[in-house]
Unconditional design. Structure first.
Length: 759
């Protein structure tokens, strides 16, 4: 590459790539929040004189690279350049490699400044601000321009070869994607319509809500057009996010189809997995003194990174293989490779959660990204969980038992405040107007005390204390965002008195998100385009309001390729599964299931609203029809037990599997052909009417209207449609669905069911 068109790189990227050495050290130390960090920088700026310039832009060339960045502060009169870092507590626990990285960034800024301003030397000041005490600790060094330029050129030289390789990869990738053809002989019915809508959304930089039936190939129908848009829209990354592991497998399979259709396709695909599934030494702490894969991690990272970029697919197996070869942690190797992948396949939380890695990288590197959200109907509940937090009194008790003396005192204060809170609120569950002030102050003091202890003793990890601390930290941070989009509720549980043991009262305090839109809207805004797709995304305005999608979002409902005669849908007019009618419903339900099975023997799935209801019907059915094989979903089934349950659905087999609606077998399960020919659904799937749901309903009525539909009807009917969708998987499938509740005759219910059912 000529000097006329230099490669461009940010100072932070340059230093993180070249200046990190030594161990991976993740011993827990408290870190400031983003808001605390911003406040710390503002505090420093307020203390400086009028000649001090904040966010001072710098750029220059080194070894053929164009390097750019912004120093935190520059005082031309003093000739002093400052880099500001925020922290909590003592700096003594800061790792040497972290300090070295900070100095590397500041020295690069110094080199750029000297070249830009024509200076022979500059004073460099590394300023650490404790966000709790607001005290500054400053380290200063004076550097000559010549020495800084040598340091700068060395980093640039080491990064240049990688940067050139990345630039060449991007050119090859974009060229190949322009020529990429659809990997199948033809599109399925509805698949082309979906693909064209995805491409148009990317071309216009808009969000798309796409409801498309199961069986048309939604994964390939969204991945392919978005990859075609990568070169035309200058996209850096594509993120494929799903709610379940099975969705990740479908995405990886879709990309593999593209590789199979075009040999040598220069497209890198990374699979993100949970830490507990990737860790090789779960019994060891993440630092060099404990884990051999953390020791020297950054010294061995370049070789592992260089090997992986020669492969197109970085799934869990290939990353683990590479990590073992180079003796590095596979989980953190995966985290590192997210910077260099083209397609990243992960979970919804990797972009939408409070501390989502993919969102943070997007902001940090100013990427232009496209996001695919699979099974998007799950995002509402998933987001509510992401932006909710709770504190349980038994967790405090466990922490108090193991806390050292200096930490025990503030925990005892919190304990007393909690007891007082329980006395004031004796109802089993109630919504509070706000977080209790005295309790919240005691919690914040406890967080500070544990944080100070953790910093002073980073190698002493007491699991119960640290677990409580992490919960409390998440709770206090979320409390800072408290607004009408969330509720504060208190649940009180009283134990029964026993001989010589008094009854005890313990409670759980929850910040419960009701309306995730205020949190999610900025995430949608951070992406060039977001495509949310599922078989159940109607009514569209329900999802637009709850998720906070922009007003210009496009909505698409893809017509089903299936015909009404493929799926015989029957409504049992004489059965009610309302709570008061449960017992009376069992006998007619058993009769109907037996008659349907006798008419169409084969594999069926029967869905119920609870394990108890399932058990009662299954026992009665088996007693009256012992010749029909049955197998039941149990509470808390392991992955192996779930696989065994599904393996009972063999081609040409016969029997009925009993499952809970909305559970593991209600969606994301593929049983084509004769593996499944029918489903019985003995509920509307409505969430339980309780104090929490009623408060959510009332709050949503206030915020966006239609609270009943948002809390009860829409989520319930989505579970029904997903469960029924297990029956017809291909255009050749035939089957039946029996809706065993008279409420399916209601107009407000029918409008949420697929038109092609022909009800």
């Amino acid at each position: 590459m000529s000097d006329d068109a230099p490669l461009s790189v940010a100072v932070r990227v340059l230093c993180e790539f070249t200046a990190r050495t030594g161990d991976l050290d993740l011993r827990f130390t408290p870190a400031p929040t983003a808001l605390e960090g911003q406040a710390g920088h503002a505090l420093v700026a307020s203390r400086r004189g009028p000649g001090w310039q904040a966010e001072f832009s710098l750029s220059g060339r080194g070894a053929g690279l164009q390097v750019r960045g912004r120093a935190d502060g520059w005082d031309a009169r003093r000739g002093r350049l400052e880099e500001v870092k925020t922290h909590k507590g003592s700096l003594a626990s800061q790792g040497a490699n972290q300090r070295a990285l900070h100095w590397a960034q500041l020295k690069v800024y110094g080199a750029l400044l000297c070249a830009q301003e024509g200076r022979e030397r500059v004073e460099l000041a590394l300023v650490y601000v404790d966000v709790l005490t607001q005290q500054e600790t400053t380290f200063t060094e004076v550097h000559d321009n010549a020495a800084l330029q040598v340091f700068f050129d060395d980093l640039c030289t080491r990064f240049r070869a990688w940067a050139e390789g990345e630039a060449a990869h991007r050119r090859d990738r974009d060229s190949a994607l322009r020529e990429l053809a659809f990997p199948l002989p033809s599109f399925r019915t509805g698949q082309r319509e979906l693909a064209e809508a995805v491409y148009r959304a990317a071309a216009s930089g808009r969000c798309l809500l796409a409801q498309a039936p199961t069986g048309i190939g939604k994964t390939l129908g969204t991945v392919f057009p978005l990859l075609k848009a990568v070169p035309t829209q200058g996209l850096d990354k594509v993120f494929f996010l799903t709610a379940k592991t099975s969705g990740r497998a479908l995405a990886l399979d879709a990309v593999e189809r593209l590789h199979a259709s075009r040999a040598g396709l220069p497209l890198r695909t990374l699979e993100l997995v949970a830490r507990d599934k990737a860790c090789e030494h779960p019994d060891k702490a993440c630092h060099g003194e404990s884990c051999p894969l953390a020791q020297g991690f950054y010294d061995r990272l370049p070789a592992a990174r260089a090997e992986l970029v020669t492969r197109p697919t970085w799934d869990q197996a290939s990353v683990r293989e590479c990590a073992r070869t180079h003796r590095v942690c596979p989980y953190y190797l995966t985290q590192e490779m997210a910077r260099w992948s083209d397609v990243t396949v992960g979970d919804h939380n990797h972009f939408f959660d409070t501390h989502a890695m993919l969102h943070a990288l997007t902001q940090q590197h100013e990427w232009r990204v496209a996001v695919l959200v699979d099974e998007a109907h799950n995002l509402v509940d998933r987001a509510r969980m992401m932006y909710s937090a709770e504190m349980a009194q038994p967790d405090l008790q466990a922490a108090r038992h193991v806390a050292p003396a200096l930490v025990r005192k503030p925990l005892d204060r919190l304990h007393r405040s909690w007891l007082a809170l329980n006395k004031r609120h004796e109802l089993a569950h109630q919504v509070l107007d706000d977080l209790p002030e005295a309790w919240m102050l005691a919690l914040q003091q406890a967080v500070q005390a544990i944080g100070a202890h953790q910093e002073a003793h980073p190698t002493e990890v007491e699991p119960a204390l640290q677990a409580f601390y992490l919960e409390a930290l998440a709770f206090t941070r979320l409390a800072e965002t408290l607004a009408p989009h969330s509720l504060v509720d208190l649940s009180v549980v009283s134990s029964r008195p026993r001989p010589l043991v008094r009854a005890s009262v313990q409670s759980t305090l929850t910040v419960r998100n009701v309306w995730p839109a205020p949190f999610l809207a900025p995430r949608f805004g951070a992406a060039h385009t977001v495509v949310l797709f599922s078989a159940t995304l109607q009514p569209f305005d329900h999802f637009q309001r709850l998720l906070g999608l922009p007003d210009d979002a496009v909505c698409l409902s893809v017509a089903s390729p299936f015909q009404a005669d493929q799926l015989r849908v029957q409504v049992a007019r004489h059965i009610s599964t309302r709570w008061k009618d449960r017992q009376a419903s069992i006998e007619p339900m058993v009769d109907l299931m037996a008659a349907t099975y006798a008419e169409h023997p084969g594999n069926h799935l029967a869905f119920f609203s609870s394990h108890d209801y399932l058990q009662q019907v299954a026992e009665r059915f088996s007693a009256r029809h012992p010749d029909v094989p049955v197998w039941l979903q149990a509470r808390g089934m392991s992955e192996a037990e779930q696989r065994a349950f599904l393996q009972r659905f063999q081609p040409g087999g016969r029997g009925i599997g009993f499952a809970v609606l909305g559970g593991s077998f209600g969606e994301g399960v593929d049983l084509p052909g004769s593996r499944l020919i029918g489903a019985f659904i003995a509920t509307l799937g409505l969430p339980q009417v309780n104090e929490v749901n009623e408060q959510m309903r009332m709050r949503l009525d206030e915020l966006i209207g239609a609270g009943h539909d948002a809390v009860y009807l829409v989520p319930g009917l989505h579970k029904v449609v997903q469960a029924a969708g297990r029956v017809i998987r291909t255009v050749d499938d035939r089957g039946s669905v029996v809706l065993m509740d008279d409420r399916y005759l209601r107009r407000d219910v029918r409008r949420l069911l697929p038109d092609w059912w022909g009800l």
